[in-house]
Design a protein around this ligand. Structure first.
Ligand SMILES: [Zn+2]
Length: 59
């Protein structure tokens, strides 16, 4: 299994990795791995993953 960062392609094991999973039915499926929260945040921004996604937090 590859350990390349979903965002930048670096080996996440060289950094402080963060792993993301999404629910799929009763299980969960890997949705990406990132060097750190900076890569995760950049990936979210680039892929517009928060567009239309919101819980009930009042900002
Ligand atoms: Zn990265």
């Amino acid at each position: 299994m590859t350990a390349d960062c979903t965002y930048c392609g670096s080996d996440v094991n060289d950094h402080d990795p963060v792993f993301v999973a999404e629910r799929r039915g009763d299980g969960r499926e890997s949705a990406g791995r990132f060097c750190n929260y900076a890569c995760l945040s950049a990936h979210i921004d680039e892929a517009n993953l928060v567009d239309g996604a919101c819980c009930t937090v009042d900002l």
